[in-house]
Ligand binder design. Structure first.
Ligand code: HEM
Length: 754
C-alpha cells in the first residue's frame, strides 16, 4: 500500500492525467465556463485575473453621476494576482482559521475569518416580489428614423445607436424555479440614452390580468404558491389562481394568452414583446400622439409543446437562459425590431371603439399596423449575473423627453411600485448608482446621502434656489431639451373609485384571440385549460371557469368540460361578434432556424467523414450540432457533447441519426430507467429509440442516412411527414433544415377543432 498522504496520491494521478488531455476534447459548441481551458492540476504560478469570455460584456465604466471614466470594463472587477482582504492587504492562507494550536479553539481575533464569513452571510438579497427568475443580456439599439415625426426622443433619430440591457423573466416563480413553466414572460429593456435612461418594461403578451394597479397584489397573491404549503411553485395550475381569474373576469383575456402557446415560449429569442399600456409621444413641435410599443423577433414567435416544457423543467430548468447565452456565445445574436402602433391623441383616448387606457385590450394590427422604428441586437452576455441581471432596476417612470405616460390606471400604479420595491430589494435609495443602473447622461439631481452612496457630491447647496453653489443646478427649458409632462386636460369629474364603463367588456377580446388561432393552436389551448383546471381541487372553481369559457366560445367550453368530466354550461350573455386577427397565430409562416440545436446520433462505427461534413453544414447554417454518442469523450476525433445517458430529445430542435448504435454498456434499466423503454432484444440502444420517438411525438424534423434509417424503421416513423431519409448525410440535413423553417411538422398534430 502507498504510505503517502492519500490526497497527494490523487493529486499526482491527476497531474499525470493532465499530460494526456488533448485539444480535441475541448468542445467547439457554446457553453464553456471560463475564458481559458483549465489545467487538470491546480495552477500555482500567480497571474492577474483572467479576462472575461469574448462574448461577455459588462456595464460601461461610468461614474455614479453618469460621466465616462475611460477605464476598461475590467476596472469593475477584481484586481491583481494575489488574494487580499476587502481592504487590499495580501493574505497567505484562507483555508485555516486562526486557532489556539492546531486543535483550536478558533480565535475571535481572526479578522479574515470574520470578514469572509460575515460577507458570505449577507450575500443574498431579497428576490424580486414578481419576475424573480430572469436572464439578461447587453446589446445595442439602432433607430431607423421612422419615429422622428411623432417623438422628439433622441435615441429614435435615424441612425442613432444606443446601448441597452434587456432582462427576460417569468412572473410567478422564485429565483430558482424552472424557465419553461407556463407563465407570462417579462421583456424589460433599459435604453441608456444620452437624454436619460428609458426603461420599456413590458411582457411577451400585449394585455394584462387587471385594469387597475390596486389589484396587482390580488392577482399575484392568487398566482403565487398557496400560503400554507407553499405549493405549487411557478405555475398557475392551482385553485387560488383559477378562483381569482374566474371571479375577476377582466383577467380572462390575459388568461387565454397564458393558456395558449405564448405561455410556453421555445426561447426568449422567439418571443414578441409589448409595452402593454398606451404611451403618449411628443414631437419637436409639441404635437402628441398615443402609441403602443411592440418588439418583433427576427426569428418569429415559437413555442414549446406542453410535454417538452414539463420535461425540460426537470431535465434542464435553465433551458431559456442557457439558450440565450449559448446563442450569443455562438454569434447567433438575437434580434428584434421595435414597432409602434400610433393613434391620434383625442380627448376620448379610444381607437376604433377600443379604449386605449384599458390594458386588457389590444388594438388588432389589421386596424393599426405596427410601424418599425428600430432594431435591437443582443450581442454580449453579462460578466456577472448578480451585478448585472440581479441588480438591474427597471422602472416605467424612467422616461426620456419625447415619451410620456397616459392615465392608464395600471400604468399609474406601476409608476409608484417599482422604486418602492427597489428601495427594499436593493437596500436603500442609491441603486441608480449601481454600475448596471448608471445613466449615460449627466446626473445633477440634488438627492443626497443614504445607504451605499457612491457619489462624492461637491458644494454646499443641494437645494433650489441657492446662491451658495452659484445657483447650480439650473432648471432646463425646451431649448435645453427638458422632459415635458404633457399638459393633458383632465376632464371635470367627481373623485371616485370606479372604472370607465368601457372597461366592462371582459370577454370579446378573449373570443377574438380564440378565433384567431389555427386549429392546432386551439387544441393546445383546450389542453392547457383542461390540464390547469384538472389540477384544481374544488369542482366549484372549475364550474365557475367553465361558465367564463361558455361566454368566450362554446366549442372551447365543451371540450374542456368533457376533459374535466363536467356538464357544459350555456353562455349567460350573447357571444361577441368579433373579427379574428391573423397575426396573432404563430403557425403558417416560415422563419430562419438560426441558433437552433441539431442532435446527431453517432457511435464508433459511424462514417466519420460524413458526420464531419454534416456538422460543418449545421454550423454553416448558424445552428449548433450536438453529437450524441454511447459514451462521453471522443468518437474518432470528434467530441461527443452528450452521451445516451446524458442527452434527451427536449434539448433538440431536430434529430439526425447517422448510425444504428448497439445498446451501450450502461443501457441497463437498473441504472437508467429509460433503457427499459424498449425490449432489450432490440439491436439498437433503447435510449436512441426513445429519443427518435419523442422527437417525432413533439413534431420535430427527423433525418437519417446509412444504417440510421433502420432506427427510424424500428420506431415505425420512416416515411411519415417530416422524416427525411437518404444516402447522403448533407442532403438529409438540407431537407431537415428546410422543415425547421416551419418550426414544427404541424401535420403530425391533426386537429379536431376547425
Ligand atoms: C402591464 C403590466 C405590467 C407589466 C408588463 C410588468 C412587467 C414587469 C417586468 C418585465 C418586470 C421585471 C423587471 C426586471 O426584469 O427586473 C416587473 C417587475 C415588477 N413589477 Fe411589473 N409589470 C406590470 C404590472 C405591474 C403592476 C401593476 C405592478 C404594481 C402595481 C407591478 C410591480 C412590479 C414589481 C414590484 C416588480 C419587481 C421590480 C423589482 O424588484 O425590481 N407590475 N414587471
Amino acid at each position: 500500500m502507498d504510505a503517502r498522504n492519500p490526497a497527494k496520491v490523487v493529486k499526482d494521478a491527476v497531474e499525470s492525467a493532465a499530460e494526456k488531455v488533448t485539444d480535441a476534447l475541448t468542445p467547439d459548441v457554446p457553453g464553456k465556463p471560463g475564458s481559458a481551458p483549465p489545467t487538470v492540476a491546480e495552477p500555482t504560478t500567480p497571474q492577474d485575473p483572467l479576462p472575461p469570455k469574448p462574448e461577455q460584456g459588462s456595464p460601461q465604466t461610468r461614474t455614479p453621476t453618469g460621466a465616462r471614466t475611460g477605464a476598461p470594463a475590467s476596472a469593475n472587477g477584481q484586481q491583481g494576482a494575489y488574494l487580499t482582504t476587502a481592504q487590499g492587504a495580501r493574505l497567505r492562507d484562507t483555508d485555516h482559521s486562526l486557532k489556539a494550536g492546531p486543535r483550536g479553539p478558533t480565535l475571535l481575533q481572526d479578522h479574515h475569518l470574520r470578514e469572509k464569513i460575515t460577507h458570505f452571510d449577507h450575500e443574498r438579497i431579497p428576490e424580486r416580489v414578481v419576475h424573480a427568475r430572469g436572464a439578461g443580456a447587453h446589446g445595442v439599439f439602432t433607430a431607423y428614423g421612422a419615429a422622428e415625426a411623432v417623438t422628439r426622443a433622441g435615441f429614435l433619430r435615424k441612425g442613432r445607436t444606443t446601448e441597452v440591457f434587456v432582462r427576460f423573466s417569468t412572473v410567478l416563480g422564485s429565483r430558482g424555479s424552472a424557465d419553461t413553466v407556463r407563465d407570462t414572460r417579462g421583456f424589460a429593456t433599459k435604453f441608456y440614452t444620452d437624454e436619460g435612461t428609458f426603461d420599456l418594461v413590458g411582457n411577451n403578451m400585449p394585455v394584462f390580468f387587471i385594469q387597475d394597479a390596486i389589484k396587482f397584489p390580488d392577482i399575484i397573491h392568487a398566482g403565487k404558491p398557496h400560503p400554507d404549503r407553499e405549493i405549487p411553485q411557478a405555475q398557475s395550475a392551482h385553485d387560488t389562481f383559477w378562483d381569482f381569474v374566474s371571479l375577476h373576469t377582466e383577467a380572462q383575456h390575459h388568461t387565454m394568452w397564458n393558456m395558449s402557446d405564448r405561455g410556453i415560449p421555445r426561447s426568449y429569442r422567439t418571443m414578441e414583446g409589448f409595452g402593454v399600456h398606451t404611451f403618449r409621444l411628443v414631437n419637436e413641435a409639441g404635437e402628441t400622439v398615443l402609441a403602443k410599443f411592440h418588439w418583433k423577433p427576427k426569428l418569429g414567435v415559437h413555442s414549446l409543446v406542453w410535454e417538452e416544457a414539463q420535461m425540460l423543467a426537470g431535465i434542464d430548468p435553465d433551458f431559456h437562459r442557457r439558450d440565450l447565452y449559448d446563442a450569443i456565445e455562438a454569434g447567433a445574436f438575437p434580434e428584434w425590431e421595435l414597432g409602434l402602433q400610433v393613434f391620434p391623441d383625442t380627448p376620448e383616448e379610444t381607437f376604433a371603439g377600443i379604449d386605449l387606457l384599458d390594458p386588457t385590450k389590444i388594438v388588432p394590427e389589421e386596424l393599426a399596423p405596427v410601424q418599425l422604428v428600430g432594431s435591437l441586437t443582443l450581442n454580449r452576455t453579462p460578466t456577472n449575473f448578480f451585478a448585472e441581471t440581479e441588480q438591474v432596476a427597471f422602472h416605467v417612470g424612467h422616461l426620456p423627453p419625447g415619451i410620456d405616460v397616459t392615465n392608464d390606471p395600471l400604468l399609474q400604479g406601476r409608476l409608484f411600485s417599482y422604486v418602492d420595491t427597489q428601495l427594499t430589494r436593493l437596500g436603500g435609495p442609491n441603486f441608480a448608482q449601481i454600475p448596471i443602473n448608471r445613466p449615460h447622461a449627466a446626473v445633477n439631481d440634488m438627492l443626497r446621502d443614504g445607504f451605499h452612496q457612491h457619489a462624492v457630491h461637491a458644494g454646499v447647496a443641494p437645494y433650489r434656489p441657492n446662491s451658495l453653489d452659484g445657483g447650480n443646478p439650473f432648471p432646463a427649458g425646451d431649448a435645453e431639451n427638458a422632459f415635458l409632462d404633457v399638459p393633458v386636460r383632465v376632464a371635470e369629474a367627481p373623485k371616485i373609485r370606479a372604472n370607465p364603463v368601457s372597461f366592462d367588456d371582459h370577454f370579446s377580446q378573449a373570443r377574438l384571440f380564440w378565433l384567431s388561432m389555427s386549429p392546432v393552436e386551439r387544441e393546445h389551448i383546450i389542453r392547457a385549460y383542461t390540464f390547469e383546471l384538472g389540477k384544481c381541487f374544488h369542482q366549484e372553481i372549475k364550474e365557475r371557469q367553465l361558465q367564463c369559457l361558455a361566454t368566450i366560445d362554446p366549442v372551447l367550453c365543451a371540450r374542456v368540460a368533457t376533459g374535466l368530466g363536467l356538464p357544459t354550461p350555456e353562455p349567460t350573455v350573447p357571444l361577441a361578434d368579433v373579427t379574428p386577427s391573423a397575426v396573432l397565430s404563430q403557425v403558417g409562416r416560415q422563419w430562419p432556424a438560426d441558433g437552433r440545436t441539431v442532435g446527431i446520433v453517432v457511435d464508433p462505427e459511424v462514417d466519420l467523414d460524413t458526420v464531419r461534413d454534416v456538422r460543418r453544414a449545421v454550423f454553416a447554417a448558424d445552428m449548433v450540432p450536438l453529437l450524441i454518442a454511447p459514451h462521453g469523450g471522443l468518437i474518432g476525433d470528434l467530441p461527443a457533447q452528450r452521451s445516451f445517458a446524458t442527452g434527451r430529445s427536449v434539448e433538440l430542435d431536430a434529430l439526425l441519426v447517422a448510425t444504428a448504435p448497439a445498446p451501450a454498456p450502461d443501457a441497463l434499466p437498473a441504472r437508467d430507467a429509460r433503457a427499459g423503454a424498449a425490449p432489450a432484444t432490440r439491436p439498437v440502444d433503447p435510449r436512441v429509440l426513445l429519443m427518435v420517438e419523442e422527437c417525432w411525438r413533439h413534431a420535430k424534423a427527423v433525418g437519417a442516412w446509412g444504417s440510421g434509417v433502420a432506427v427510424l424503421e424500428q420506431v415505425g416513423v420512416a416515411g411519415t411527414p417530416g422524416v427525411v431519409t437518404g444516402d447522403s448525410g448533407e442532403e438529409v440535413f438540407t431537407g431537415v433544415h428546410r422543415l425547421m423553417a416551419d418550426h414544427r411538422v404541424w401535420e403530425r398534430f391533426p386537429a379536431t377543432v376547425g
